[in-house]
Design a protein around this ligand. Sequence first.
Ligand code: IMP
Length: 436
Amino acid sequence: MIIVIIGAQWGDEGKGKVVDLLADRFDIVSRYQGGHNAGHSVYVQEKAFVLRLLPSGIIHPDKTCVLGNGMVIDPKAFFEEVDQIKEQGIEVTPERLKVSSRAHLIMPYHRALDHTSEERLGNEKIGTTLRGIGPAYEDKAGRRGIRVSDALSSEVLRMRIERNLEEANRIIVLFGQPPLYADQIYDEIAPLVERLRPFVTETSHFLAEARKSNKKILLEGAQATLLDVDHGTYPYVTSSNPTAGGASVGAGIPPHHITGVLGIVRTYATRVGEGPFPTEMLEDEETTANLIRERGNEYGSVTKRPRRCGWFDAVATRYAAELNGFDSIALTKLDVLDTLDEIKVCVGYEVDGRRIHTFPAVSHDLRKIKPVYESLEGWKADTIGTTEFKDLPELAQRYVRFLSDQIGVEIGLISTGPERDQTIILKDSVMEGWFK
Ligand code: IMP
């Protein structure tokens, strides 16, 4: 069995907790795109783990974790995270952590270029995490990137650094930043690559063999559908493909071997960084936005930036369901809405007085959108920790059913708090089958 988990909105939907829950039933957890721009928070017995690069399965000692070929890996960030997880008492060895030989490395000049690129864009900036993700993918597409397997040869590593830095420095210096030096970069990266060597694996082959021996594999998406470089709110996107098709390419798994796709949807929407966000709560709804931000702890787990908050957007989520082919949805953070009198759901879009039914490709069209809302009565009761659907207040049940009808996909799991056991799994759902 191979299941892909994907955020349906702009990220931070609470994938970490769901992956962590499902990891119990799976043997292998693999990431397939992105890098340490992700930030998954997982809480286990009041211990908080923040994972950026490593799959959330890493905190289960009996799981094998994979960083797939579609990822961009900053070796320094990789070992910082490995060391931090080890300090928290989790064993991380090459036996249980495999890094694709085909993944690309994020180099120090990628970080510098991420800064200059954002600076150059000024008011039009993307609001990236400044981790060097975009420039590393640019090098990959430009066929000059440094793959893990290249870096294992010290001559190739040195040669590629020298060649790529020449070009990078032209831009860095143009923007008034000090140039970087190839020797310094080599001296920083080479020992890290040496430390990485035992983790390096032909991961697509590893996953193929695992599937043949009936191992269960979870493919963990980072970022989310609306940040996808092809399908998201371009250019305000990340530089990879978090959507389901990206899982096949980025893990090196044939598409027909994927058995199911799970969407993670939050009861409201957030966005970090710039870019269109049709249901954003603006000045007139600032009090509600602040309340949700505080109750939902909506601050970036990587950058600590306050997240922009908005109402649930059914148009965008339907689009995500269509693109990814969700078989089931995990609905997260229901409890965050417990105190609201009224909950709005965007059920349609209007542009220049015209009703539109699809998610527009053009970012400036998205900025012109007027969301069409339906208003639902809040349940005004505590749902935190509820474990049975029937124990939810009637109005909360209604809200969940309403969202499911709007998206056109079953909601198979509801998260009612950050802990593992604060979860409802709906009987007879596709999701329930994945938990067996
Ligand atoms: P980048 O991935 O650092 O290039 O950033 C591109 C866009 O994706 C920015 O708007 C970021 O805020 C956003 N982004 C990147 N990673 C995440 C994530 O894990 N959660 C939410 N937003 C993200």
